[in-house]
Design a protein around this ligand. Structure first.
Ligand SMILES: N[C@@H](CCC(=O)N[C@@H](CS)C(=O)NCC(=O)O)C(=O)O
Length: 206
């Protein structure tokens, strides 16, 4: 059975949701970052890590989401057909990988961004991270004005990709999602989605 290795609340939540939306059998294995179990399949010790039936391994959230959307066209999660629709899907996937996810690193791991071990330096890095995330969420919020989904093609893997990062922002930004009403609305729609609820219940028991 296809297997997803995930950590609770991590970016692996996105392919976890997509697997649930697709509805084909899969196994979800909870792991700890850097654990021996995870390193045995992905030497980087990171999630998401996806393993196919025949043992083929795929890492990188954007690649896994793209693969699942194309493996299951019947689920209609690729974001639409045609060169422009595909380009938009790649654009937003890159946005979440390179701009949004990366903006959280200084908040999650400030020690990696300064050699100064003082508490003041750590706080300054976290604060800089808040600024980076706020900039990206401003872009996302403006894009979502008047839209139900991120892509024109309707619900897609990109909405799922956004979800864990929206949850991080809600928890970690000083004002949460205040100031991002359209992002808040997407968050609320996704939180009410039956597939998302199933996955959250599995990951977090909520
Ligand atoms: N570029 C990778 C990043 C994967 C990644 O760093 N995932 C985080 C969770 S959101 C992780 O596993 N961190 C553990 C670590 O870096 O040690 C992707 O997009 O899949």
């Amino acid at each position: 059975m296809p297997t997803l290795y995930y950590a609770v609340g991590a970016c692996s939540l996105a392919p976890h949701i997509v697997l649930e939306w697709i509805g084909a059998p899969y196994e979800a294995v909870k792991v700890q970052y850097g654990s021996d179990e995870l390193r045995a399949v992905n030497p980087a010790g990171a999630v998401p890590t996806f393993r196919e039936d025949d043992g083929w391994l795929l890492t990188q959230a954007g690649a896994i989401l793209d693969y699942l959307a194309h493996k299951h066209p019947e689920a209609g999660l690729a974001g639409g057909d045609g060169a422009r629709a595909e380009a938009e899907t790649h654009r937003w996937s890159a946005f979440f990988t390179s701009d949004v996810h990366a903006a959280f690193w200084p908040i999650f791991m400030p020690d990696r961004y300064t050699t100064d071990r003082s508490e003041a330096a750590r706080r300054a890095v976290v604060e800089a991270g808040h600024g980076l995330v706020a900039k990206q969420f401003g872009i996302l919020d403006r894009h979502l004005a008047g839209r139900e989904h991120i892509l024109d093609g309707g619900r897609s893997v990109i909405d799922a990709y956004a979800f864990p990062m929206i949850r991080w922002a809600a928890k970690l930004l000083p004002g949460g999602l205040v100031g991002y009403p359209n992002v808040q609305a997407l968050h609320d729609r996704l939180t009410a989605d039956p597939g998302v609820r199933t996955v959250l219940a599995r990951e977090e028991g909520v």
